[in-house]
Design a protein around this ligand. Structure first.
Ligand code: FAD
Ligand code: SF4
Length: 571
């Protein structure tokens, strides 16, 4: 009898999970939380290793404990204490960019993906953001409206939590907010200047809890959110979504599992996912009745394009030829300035959350401007803990450089006297901006990689010009001096390279028409009813808002649809 158990185990058929989710970031974590709580047995494939801020964060490490003083490393490209494994370049996992184009792709490879270090600016899309084409004839309308998503925004507000203030602004919907932190000293100056220039300036909306919520502690204002929060006061998928999903006993998590292809049966339905076990290099397969891709927008498009079969020769869910198309990033540009009124300040503690306490939502009417769609303004500056590169560029301040005592005095004098503004705006999808499989390059697992094509239109250049002019006016209104010349048209008004704002969306957009879209209004593939995508890929358009609160809301909405369809026996 002793010998029978291993043989029996070997002969045992592989389990068939109710749902296989690829990726554990915002979209995957939310889907796993909702589906396991609704009773589904879920397997999750995650390309990176386990990481929980509550256990692994370096939240309170002072920079001086490290010889590198927190400077970036190859594995931690935003600083050695930053919470993200991954970066612009990952060993053995290239992507390519078409000749003459520019694009950069930030990828996380860890449990929770980029939610471990994101900025946590958590903005609902407004009613206008779902019907761009109706408003100005550009891009496309979504097949859903704000009213379809609003109940799910409410639910994530309650489950995950965020701070903010109810302002009654038409296209910047209010939410279920915890109290926001007070503005810091420099933010009060920004607010005054904004009021004088009629730029709307209100408390920020960040998914950081300022009071206890669902067993998590409120923020203690250490300002280190990008390192991950050991008391779980900010949102990250592992601590807030995956850990509770694991507690249900219905989530099987497989880390270091690089998904490469969704398999389909003769009936055209998905049967599971092939993945490479990064620990052994072996190719494996996991079976499931429903497949949910949430590997991040462009990675999900890549998996679909690589899932070729006789039935789907151009890739899965791609009968419309639109997988990889209609991709966008947020537009962006920055301006920093020196504000003499803040030099020689009285030393004071202005610690707060790891992010801004005020921001400016889009406040103008595009009908009076030479570009469509808006942008919001993010504010930075102040007295954050010094680290590597601290006060670089001090030679630009009067008296213009120095050594020894003079330099030390300058540091004390000017520390905290710099402020800056970053614009984050809406790009219109265009036919020259897309990704496809590069026929000549594979990654270290043998998986074909993506090749990017990227082009900004005058819409985006004109919008960024407006950002530059606005930020310069704000610095001047604060009595300050801007460090840089106004960039010219030939310099593209310093528009950030495509991808570098790290809000890439689209690639498997939703739509009512199966000939021009990949997914339906429930993020379900038109061509394959048991295949769903719940990251940024289904987005029809950007907005003047950061996307993650909407990724979370749509993922929960899709999970509810899957649950209802399973109950009805349709999946
Ligand atoms: C520094 C920074 C600041 C940001 N700030 C904000 C902000 O303030 N507000 C906002 O709304 N958004 C912000 N973002 C964007 C935000 O992080 C993303 O929108 C969000 O994380 C996307 O969620 P996702 O689930 O689609 O992808 P991710 O969070 O990237 O998760 C994808 C997961 O899939 C895994 N994966 C990838 N490929 C595979 C594969 N083949 N097989 C298995 N697993 C795979 C990855 O390891 C990862 O865990 C920021 C991003 C960065 C980097
Ligand atoms: S600022 Fe608050 S939320 Fe951010 S890491 Fe510190 S305690 Fe956590």
């Amino acid at each position: 009898m002793q010998g029978t158990a291993p043989n029996a185990a070997r002969r045992a058929p592989a389990p068939v999970f109710d749902v296989c989710i690829v990726g554990s970031g915002a979209g995957g974590g939310m889907a796993a939380h909702a589906l396991t709580n609704a009773g589904a047995r879920v397997v999750m494939l995650e390309a990176g290793g386990e990481w929980y801020a509550s256990k692994n964060s370096k939240m309170l490490f002072p920079a001086y404990v490290s010889p590198k003083r927190g400077a970036s490393t190859k594995a931690r490209q935003f600083g050695e204490f930053d919470a993200c494994d991954g970066g612009w370049d990952i060993d053995g996992e290239p992507y390519t960019v078409a000749n003459g184009n520019q694009f950069r792709w930030w990828r996380a490879r860890m449990l929770g993906g980029r939610t471990n270090h994101w900025g946590r600016i958590s903005l609902r899309f407004g009613p206008d953001d779902f019907r761009g084409k109706t408003r100005d004839g550009l891009g496309d309308d979504w097949p859903i409206s704000y009213d379809d998503v609003a109940p799910y925004y409410d639910r994530i507000d309650r489950l995950i939590g965020l701070f903010g203030s109810n302002e009654g602004l038409r296209n910047h919907p209010d939410g279920i907010f915890q109290p926001p932190p007070k503005p810091r000293c420099y933010e009060l100056l920004v607010k005054k200047a904004s009021d004088r220039l009629n730029v709307t300036c209100i408390p920020a909306r960040l998914s950081i809890i300022t009071e206890k919520l669902n067993g998590r502690e409120g923020c203690h204002y250490c300002g280190q959110c990008n390192r991950g929060c050991t008391v779980k006061a900010n949102f990250s998928s592992p601590d807030v979504l995956i850990a509770p999903a694991l507690k249900t006993g219905r989530l099987r998590l497989i880390t270091n599992a690089m998904a490469r292809e969704v398999a389909v049966g003769p009936d055209g339905l998905a049967t599971g996912v092939y993945y490479v076990d990064k620990n052994t290099g072996e190719d494996r397969f996991v079976r499931a009745r429903v497949v949910v891709l949430a590997a991040s927008a462009l990675e999900s498009a890549r998996i679909l394009l690589n899932s070729k079969s006789p039935k789907f020769p151009q890739g899965l869910a791609n009968s419309s030829g639109t997988v990889g198309k209609y991709i966008t990033d947020t537009t962006g540009t920055d301006v920093g300035g020196f504000i003499p009124a803040m030099a020689d300040h009285v030393p004071h503690n202005e610690d707060g959350v790891g992010g801004m306490h005020v921001y400016m939502p889009w406040w103008l009417d595009n009908a009076k401007l030479d570009f469509p769609r808006g942008y919001h303004i993010e504010v930075w500056g102040g007295l954050s803990a010094p680290g590597a590169g601290f006060m670089g560029g001090i030679h630009r301040y009067p008296p213009g450089g120095g050594y020894g005592q003079q330099l030390k005095e300058d540091y004390r004098r000017y520390y905290g006297a710099t402020i800056g503004f970053s614009g984050r705006g809406e790009m219109i999808p265009n036919a020259d901006t897309y990704c496809e499989v590069d026929p000549n390059v594979v990654d270290r697992f043998g998986i074909p990689v993506l090749r990017f094509h990227w082009k900004w239109a005058d819409y985006e250049y004109n919008q960024v010009k407006h950002m530059q002019e606005t930020f310069r006016a704000l610095v001047a209104e604060m009595g300050g001096t801007v460090f840089s010349q106004m960039p010219t048209k030939a310099q593209g008004y310093n528009i950030a390279t495509g991808g570098t704002i790290i809000h890439e969306l689209g690639g498997a957009r939703m739509g009512a028409d199966a000939s021009t879209s990949v997914l339906n209004a429930n993020c379900q593939a038109h061509d394959c009813k048991n295949l769903f995508v719940t990251d940024g890929a289904p987005f029809v358009s950007q907005a003047d808002k950061n996307p993650t609160w909407t990724i979370l809301a749509l993922a929960w909405r899709s999970a509810d649809y899957i649950t209802a369809q399973r109950k009805a026996g349709a999946l």
